[in-house]
Design a protein around this ligand. Structure first.
Ligand code: ATP
Ligand code: IPE
Length: 266
């Protein structure tokens, strides 16, 4: 089984504050997935500009101080869910158009968090659809949280990947981002940044000049933390550029592509 993440930065225009799809990338990636003919595949996509504007406006995951705030957050929760489900609908449409038997599985309907980490999830449906030869399509979502002070949390596609990997034991995990992999500093801000072919510790980055950029921009640092945890329990993952043609297809087929391998520190 392969778990493939499609970054919100690739399938949406993440620089927009309104939900904006990137239909060109999505159509191309769906074709590449179809051509790769993977036997058992689970897809998880990010929320991009569909989820983040609502989740941050309503501060989902922050403490609920009173009844009024509770009411406001519930509205934010449902609006965010609706927006990411819209994105999921587009993603599945493109996959289906290219013959991939995609089946939507929104995490908000079967996962629960505790302190913003996934606590329980009924993965039986994921497994049953896989056994049927279908391709479950999950996504970064909002989910209920058992911590009474917050009650609702945002769960990233990256956290979902980690949880699925721990429980489903895939052969490979591939994360398609809009950059070639992990660099010694943010490649968008620093054109001279160098790609790291292998990363096995957060220290790899912290000792390097400009590594704090990673934290400031958020995305890559959070992703890397999740993936290093996974590497520790023996599951490697690869970050590749899904924004460039043929990379997803070649990676799915097991061909060597430019990217970063996240592996255990030995
Ligand atoms: P999403 O999280 O929306 O699903 P994604 O998985 O592609 O999308 P992002 O969270 O957008 O990931 O993170 C990727 C971004 O992180 C890149 O576009 C890049 O600008 C930024 N970044 C910051 N520091 C680094 C770094 N050291 N190496 C690589 N990318 C970095
Ligand atoms: C966030 O998911 C989920 C919501 C904002 C509801 P991700 O963290 O996976 O989204 P991206 O990858 O940053 O776009």
């Amino acid at each position: 089984m392969i778990i493939l993440k499609l970054g919100g930065s690739v399938i949406t225009r993440k620089d927009r504050d309104k939900p904006t799809l990137d239909p060109v990338n999505l159509d191309r990636i769906a074709q590449e997935i179809a051509r790769s003919n993977v036997d058992e595949l689970v897809i998880v996509h990010g929320a991009g500009s569909f989820g983040h504007p609502y989740a941050s406006k309503f501060e989902i995951g922050s403490e609920i101080t009173d009844e009024k705030e509770f009411f406001r957050k519930k509205r934010g929760f449902t609006l965010t869910q609706n927006a990411v489900q819209n994105l999921n609908h587009y993603v599945c449409n493109f996959l289906l158009k290219h013959g991939i038997p995609a089946i939507a599985l929104p995490p908000s309907s079967f996962m629960v968090c505790e302190n913003k980490r996934i606590k329980t999830a009924n993965l039986e449906m994921v497994e049953r659809y896989l056994e049927m030869g279908m391709v479950p399509v999950l996504h970064g979502d909002v989910v209920l949280d058992d911590n009474k002070n917050i009650q609702m949390a945002v769960v990233s596609g990256d956290q979902i990947i980690t949880y699925l990997a721990e429980n489903l034991k895939p052969e490979r995990i591939i994360l398609g981002s809009d950059v070639d992999g992990i660099y010694n500093r943010d490649p968008k801000a620093h054109p001279e940044a160098q790609l790291l072919p292998v990363v096995n510790s957060m220290d790899d980055l912290e000792f390097l000049e400009g590594a704090r950029t990673v934290d400031v921009t958020g995305g890559m640092a959070g992703k890397l933390k999740e993936l290093l945890d996974l590497a520790e329990i023996g599951t490697e993952s690869e970050i590749i550029n899904a924004g460039n043609a043929k990379i997803v297809e070649c990676a799915l087929k097991g061909e060597k592509v430019r990217g970063t391998l996240i592996t255990k520190n030995v």
